[in-house]
Design a protein around this ligand. Structure first.
Ligand SMILES: NC(=O)c1ccc[n+]([C@@H]2O[C@H](COP(=O)([O-])OP(=O)(O)OC[C@H]3O[C@@H](n4cnc5c(N)ncnc54)[C@H](OP(=O)(O)O)[C@@H]3O)[C@@H](O)[C@H]2O)c1
Length: 261
């Protein structure tokens, strides 16, 4: 898909990966709709895009609130009369051993990272079906392929996203809709204001990427119709090794993550 003139709705656009993706899409000539809870930050982003000659509609929403999600999708659909791209990106992480994780945080993470995504898919994909055209990009994570110690509750939300995406991809393919997952490793964003960076091993911290790299990968996933993107690409063989030797791999990551920071 050529992004020029396409209507793209991005969740979690008030910060980090979502913010950079909105800017990258605007560069390509897409017409933007941005959502998150922080309306002030969304307006700041929209002003920035408009100053550069782009188009940006602000539709604040809390992904944990079904009515708020439905309203946002409706506002965007009415404003542009179509939605071509949905980037499901809103999310957060808390890293703690499973036995120390309070249930409220476990449920909140699943509610935002997974149920929030389902809510936006159910609100937007019917619009795409009416158009017989669309692309859904779900931002999962490397944690959706491998769950290191202290990442259990967060990884569960991302395993869920990958499973959901796999099924949805084949359900909506006949209606001309594509589904991709984009799976980043550690990225330097405000995500780590809540997630404890000490639970990422030093080697991974050293190779931490900036969010604009993920934004470029999302653009590529859409332009080149790629179902699954891993960032950095060097992690693809690691995922394959894990699939071939899961027990050995788990023990290796266990050792790596138990090492003192
Ligand atoms: N950074 C990483 O290392 C990394 C790695 C792999 C995957 N990811 C994934 O990438 C996505 C974006 O993360 P990021 O790194 O860009 O983090 P970020 O800078 O903290 O951005 C998170 C975004 O999610 C939004 N959000 C959180 N809760 C929400 C809610 N209840 N309703 C609506 N929006 C909500 C936030 O907006 P408001 O607070 O304004 O609502 C914000 O825009 C997440 O799904 C994350 O799991 C991140």
């Amino acid at each position: 898909m050529n992004l020029k003139g396409r209507v793209a709705l991005i969740t979690g656009a008030s910060s980090g990966i979502g913010w950079q993706t909105a800017l990258a899409f605007a560069e390509k000539g897409a017409r933007l709709a941005v959502t998150a809870r922080s309306a002030d930050k969304l307006h700041e982003l929209a002003d920035l895009i408009r100053k550069k000659g782009g188009e940006c509609f602000v539709a604040p929403a809390d992904v944990t609130d079904a009515d708020s999600v439905r309203q946002a999708a409706e506002l965007v659909g009415n404003h542009y009369a179509r939605i071509d791209i949905l980037v499901n990106n809103a999310g957060f992480g808390v890293f703690k051993p499973v036995l120390e994780m309070d249930m409220q945080t476990v449920e909140e993470m699943m509610n935002v990272n997974y149920f929030g995504m389902v809510r936006f898919i159910q609100a937007v994909v019917p619009i795409m079906i009416r158009q017989n055209f669309g692309h859904v990009v779900n931002v999962a994570s490397l944690a959706g392929f491998m769950a290191a110690p202290t990442h259990g509750a967060y990884a569960a939300t991302k395993f869920a996203v990958i499973g959901l995406s796999e099924a949805l991809r084949e359900e909506v393919r006949p209606q001309g809709i594509l589904v991709s997952t984009v799976n980043p490793g550690p990225i330097d964003t405000p995500f780590f204001e809540r997630a404890d960076l000490n639970h990422i091993p030093p080697i991974a911290r050293r190779f931490m990427l900036k969010p604009d790299k993920v934004a470029q990968s999302i653009v590529r996933a859409i332009e080149q119709e790629i179902p699954q993107v891993v960032i950095p690409g060097g992690m693809v063989p690691v995922i394959k090794i894990k699939a071939l030797m899961p027990n050995l791999f788990a023990r290796g990551t266990g050792k790596l993550y138990r090492r003192k920071p």
